[in-house]
Write a protein that binds this ligand. Structure first.
Ligand code: FCB
Length: 425
């Protein structure tokens, strides 16, 4: 055995807006409808047409032996107008989670994954504190509807990415550039998580609730330069440290703000980590380490960062850890096999116990402003025909699931021939 995975369970992750297709009125459909917002001019209307292909996709999951599936809900389908719930959409999700269960697959359901209904976006979305109770009403409804089949919930995906892309850099909806607003948004998302955590537990006794936190490693370009050091520490705090603390234990470090009735406590049943890359920090600017191996989007491929992030989290927040996303765009599937091996090796060698690993993504999907171009799937997608083709890395993943690790033969077959980065591909 080249790599023994012990009790680690492997799953795959997805998000509603990125795979479902269709014309739900979301912040992303509106954003993509505007000229020049999405790099390849695509919209989420096509995506993987998963809404119409749920049973086909569940069969494919089952065929690959995948037992853990992270999926999202499209709030705009469920509540297309403020306070008006769409029974057919709710029934669709009920059928989907029931079908997953029937196929022996455990769903982990994300309630918010960058996706707001259009009407919510119009009224200022998460910049407003009265968005929190609106979100909680939707959460209460969906947890009540789905809890017969679903015990595992992610309230919010990557609050820091949502807030910085949409409110600092402004290249995601709603296209604002205000650090103050970004901090308000993060504070409201943190408050919403804590309140949702309590609500979900009140409805469903067996529930396990967490957040999918986007965590990176911030390293100073020059560790002897105090400006780089301070820059790296400051960014790590503002981007991820503060929000992780607020959402996990209800203590809101500056510049985040709590609420008078939110006490310190433990607001997680697992810490969810989405890990992709490292940030290389020079003063107050952040970039990619020079001459490093990179993926198709130019992100550094840095497996040790996963181990470092795991140790950082485990030290501060005891309890179960799920890797709720990890993966890479690799259009030719040239290096994904090695990426998987290197990241899972780093995870197993970290000394931190991890219960789950969800690979991003199951099939190729609509990658926000990057559009249809990046290919994150273990399963390749022909957008024109919607044909799904399992990639070599998908076969390798299925093989690892059935052997609880990577055998010597699997290593020779899939890892040895793989490249190290897209630069060589
Ligand atoms: C994460 C997002 C996910 C996907 C991957 C590539 O930041 O949560 O939706 O876009 O990156």
């Amino acid at each position: 055995m080249k790599l023994n995975l012990g009790t680690l369970e492997l799953g795959v992750a997805t998000a509603a807006t990125q795979i479902e297709g269709g014309n739900a009125d979301t912040n992303w459909h509106r954003w993509a409808g505007r000229e020049g917002t999405i790099k390849d001019g695509s919209t989420p209307a096509r995506a993987a047409d998963h809404w119409n292909r749920v049973s086909q996709d569940i069969s494919l999951l089952a065929q690959l032996g995948i037992r853990h599936y992270r999926m999202g809900l499209e709030w705009a389908r469920i509540e297309p107008e403020e306070g008006v719930f769409n029974e057919a959409a709710i029934a669709h999700y009920r059928d989907e989670v029931a079908a997953l269960r029937a196929a022996g697959i455990t769903p982990l359901v994300t309630l918010h994954h960058f996706n707001n209904p259009g009407w919510l976006e119009e009224r200022g979305a998460w910049t407003r504190d009265d968005t929190v109770p609106i979100f909680l009403r939707y959460v209460k409804r969906m947890v009540t509807e789905l809890s017969e089949w679903v015990d595992e919930w992610i309230t919010i995906n990557e609050p820091n990415v949502y807030a910085t892309q949409g409110y600092v850099f402004g290249d995601w909806p709603p296209g604002k550039k205000s650090i103050t607003q970004a901090m308000t948004v993060m504070s409201h998302l943190a408050q919403a998580h804590i309140r949702a955590y309590n609500i979900i537990h009140a409805i469903s006794a067996n529930a396990k609730v967490g957040v999918a936190q986007h965590l990176r490693v911030f390293d100073p370009a020059n560790p002897y330069n105090p400006l780089d050091l301070v820059g790296a520490k400051g960014m790590a705090h503002l981007f991820q440290g503060a929000i992780l603390r607020a959402m996990s234990i209800g203590r809101f470090p500056v510049p985040l703000k709590g609420a008078a009735d939110i006490d310190a406590g433990k607001y997680y049943d697992f810490i969810g980590i989405n890990y992709y890359t490292r940030s290389w920090v020079t003063g107050i600017s952040e970039g990619t380490r020079p001459n490093s191996p990179v993926n198709d989007l130019g992100w550094e491929i840095y497996p040790d960062g996963l181990a470092r992030v795991l140790r950082m989290v485990a030290r501060a927040y005891p309890g179960p850890i799920y890797i709720t996303e990890n993966g890479t765009p690799d259009a030719t599937d040239y290096f994904r096999g090695r990426f998987l091996f290197d990241h899972l090796s780093a995870l197993m060698g970290s000394g931190v116990e991890v219960e789950r690993y969800y690979h991003w993504c199951f099939t190729d999907n609509w990658e926000w402003i990057e559009g249809e171009e990046p290919r994150f799937g273990l399963v390749g997608l022909d957008y024109e025909t919607q044909e799904r083709t399992v990639r070599q890395s998908g076969l390798m993943y299925a093989d690892m699931i059935s052997n609880a690790g990577l055998t010597d033969q699997a290593y020779t077959r899939w890892v040895e021939p793989a490249g190290r980065s897209s630069e060589n591909g």
